[in-house]
Design a binder for this molecule. Structure first.
Ligand SMILES: [Zn+2]
Length: 349
């Protein structure tokens, strides 16, 4: 299987840290966000005392949402302290003391570990300065600070974090669904144990653009041009149905094109009415879609389960699924010549 690590760029390394693998707590996400916040810091050495409030701030935002931040049954001292502080049962100072003592025990050492691959290039190193414990920021992290994707990284970490904490909070696998109007992901939570009486409550997950962008390396799915997640930017991306949504209504059976496996991010140039619009993309992009979906599976909870349920258990089954859907769309579509972008930038993903 092709892996993210086939491309060893610095940005890909950072993305692998927060996008891949199974975590047992959300500390890696909090640390990634904290490292990104260090942009503009004067010194390359940052003491754990200085890192603590930044790290605590990010965790606190999520603890407040009430979603699960680790997989252990009894929780942890750290999460309990954050929770107690959010309930005003622990002062800021007391909470920070616990975070300083508990928060960095494992995450600093584990941060660069990747599943079934060598460690990521280091974005920091543990260090002592005047007997103070802390970290030294590496050139690679400074490179990240200067990246066009700097803002995207923050959003991608949040998107991944939102998905993981929601999945942990449920007893059974959650099935990720897409709302076309809000362009957000959600899931249906059963509120009755009795299947016959089943009733569901809709629970929001995250805007779709956040979790998808990293798996496209921040590039338009079709032309590889740089795209941004945040709205109202020059390069803000659009959500595109790879197999056009309009074909769903022309087909005699339900093609289910509103699912994650069929959704990609595209630049405004490619997604415009005079360009792809409602047309079928050239078949070479189907291979790319299959690859992108395999990346989503590598990301684990909860998109892995969703894609497998929708497209099949094995990579071969999933390729067949895509091929069948594509051929069905060729049959019902009026486009004789499938669409391709006029210009493709050379850095592929
Ligand atoms: Zn494009």
């Amino acid at each position: 299987m092709e892996r993210f690590s086939a491309d060893d760029s610095i940005e890909t390394s950072l993305r692998s840290i927060y996008l891949l693998g199974s975590n047992t707590a959300t500390y890696k996400f909090a640390l990634t966000r904290s490292l990104l916040d260090l942009k503009g810091t004067y010194s390359t050495f940052v003491s754990l005392e200085d890192l603590t409030p930044i790290f605590a701030h990010h965790l606190l935002e999520h603890v407040k949402s009430g979603k699960k931040q680790n997989t252990s049954r009894n929780g942890s001292k750290l999460i309990s302290a954050l929770y107690d502080h959010s309930q005003e049962n622990l002062t800021l100072e007391q909470m920070l003391q616990v975070v300083r003592a508990e928060g960095f025990k494992y995450v600093l050492d584990a941060f660069h570990n990747l599943p079934q691959q060598p460690k990521s290039i280091p974005f920091f190193e543990k260090a002592l300065n005047d007997k103070k414990q802390g970290i030294i920021l590496t050139d690679e992290l400074y490179n990240i600070f200067e990246s066009d994707n700097y803002d995207n990284f923050q959003e991608e970490v949040e998107g991944r974090w939102n998905l993981v904490e929601s999945a942990w909070g449920e007893q059974t696998d959650i099935r990720v669904e897409y709302d076309n109007d809000t362009q957000e992901l959600f899931y249906l939570k059963p509120i009755s144990n009795n299947a016959y009486m089943s009733n569901y409550k809709r629970k929001p997950l995250t805007p779709l653009r956040r979790p998808l962008n990293g798996y496209q390396k921040g590039k338009c799915f079709y032309c590889n041009q740089h795209i941004d997640i945040a709205p109202n930017k020059e390069a803000t991306c659009q959500v595109d149905h790879f197999l056009p949504q309009s074909l769903m209504y022309k087909s005699s059976y339900d093609l289910q094109l509103d699912e994650i496996w069929n959704l990609v991010l595209a630049c405004k140039d490619c997604n415009g009415f005079s360009e792809k619009g409602g047309r079928l993309p050239s078949k070479e992009f189907l291979t790319k879609l299959a690859r992108r979906n395999e990346y989503l599976i590598e990301s684990n909870l909860p998109m892995k389960e969703t894609i497998i349920e929708q497209c099949g258990r094995s990579a071969t089954a999933r390729r067949d699924f895509l091929n069948k859907r594509y051929l069905a769309c060729v049959d019902i579509s009026n486009t004789k010549v499938p669409w391709s972008p006029k210009l493709i930038y050379d850095v592929d993903f």
